[in-house]
Write a protein that binds this ligand. Structure first.
Ligand SMILES: *Cc1c(COP(=O)(O)O)cnc(C)c1O
Length: 237
């Protein structure tokens, strides 16, 4: 479980990522404690989660329930209990499994998924509400996840009115063929509209390995970093 070489590798990558976040915050006139790093550990083993937790990482992200559920169990058994963020497309029949380990579901993009998570969260052992971010489709291509247009406000209002859920804010992935600055500027505008009606929903989860600086420039409160921390993933999954 404790591989000193891997630990040193992750420590160096973490220093580098924290440096990037710190410099991006300084350039934007923000403080580094305004941005939470979510380490996206998909495809990497529970032992990496344990090492990252030991290095001070408090939040980890996963995008598939069938991978995340056993990984969370294994990490917990090894003493690591980070806050798990579910960031992938989620089928309603997985809601009960996801709420057992997730503290946050960042990828809620339909009223029906919000309702399924609400039922599951109200039935789970942990009595606190499940934090939810509404995933925004920046380019309106909702096939790749995210809500667009009036759906965004319908989903947000459903989450806000659900006893088992707490509306945290918005999440998005910048479309491949968009300038990240343009994508994250648009996201910030939507976030401002959301906080107009839901003042507590201030979270903006935006920015990945390739575009975290642009996200921080446009108000991201959470950045989701995989590759820059853990290394290149096998693309054939
Ligand atoms: C994989 C993934 C990330 C991390 O992406 P990297 O480019 O590896 O940093 C962030 N967000 C979501 C939704 C992801 O699926």
């Amino acid at each position: 479980m404790t591989d000193p070489g891997r630990r040193a590798q992750l420590a160096a990558a973490l220093d580098e990522v924290n440096g990037r976040i710190g410099r991006a915050c300084a350039a934007a006139g923000r403080t580094a404690d305004e941005v939470t790093l979510v380490a996206v550990t998909k495809t990497y083993p529970a032992s990496d989660v344990v090492l990252l937790a030991g290095l001070g990482v408090t939040d980890v992200g996963e995008n598939r329930d069938q991978e995340a559920a056993p990984k969370a169990d294994e990490a917990r058994a090894a003493g690591a209990t980070p806050r798990w963020h579910f960031v992938g497309q989620l089928q309603r029949n997985k809601a009960r499994s996801v709420v057992r380990y997730a503290g946050v579901v960042e990828s809620v993009d339909s009223v029906r998924l919000a309702e399924a998570l609400d039922r599951a969260a109200r039935d789970r052992a942990d009595p606190s509400p499940l934090d939810v971010l509404v995933q925004v489709s920046i380019d309106g291509d909702t096939a790749r996840g995210g809500a667009a247009g009036d759906d965004l406000w319908r989903v947000s209002d459903t989450v806000a009115g659900a006893a088992g859920l707490r509306l945290g804010g918005v999440m998005a992935v910048a479309p491949m063929d968009w300038e990240p600055d343009r994508a994250f500027e648009l996201l910030r505008g939507l976030s401002e509209r959301l906080t107009g009606t839901h003042p507590g929903a201030t979270t903006i989860s935006a920015g990945m390995s390739g575009d975290l600086e642009a996200a921080v420039r446009h108000g991201a409160t959470h950045v989701r970093i995989g590759t820059s921390l853990l290394g290149m993933r096998n693309l054939l999954r």
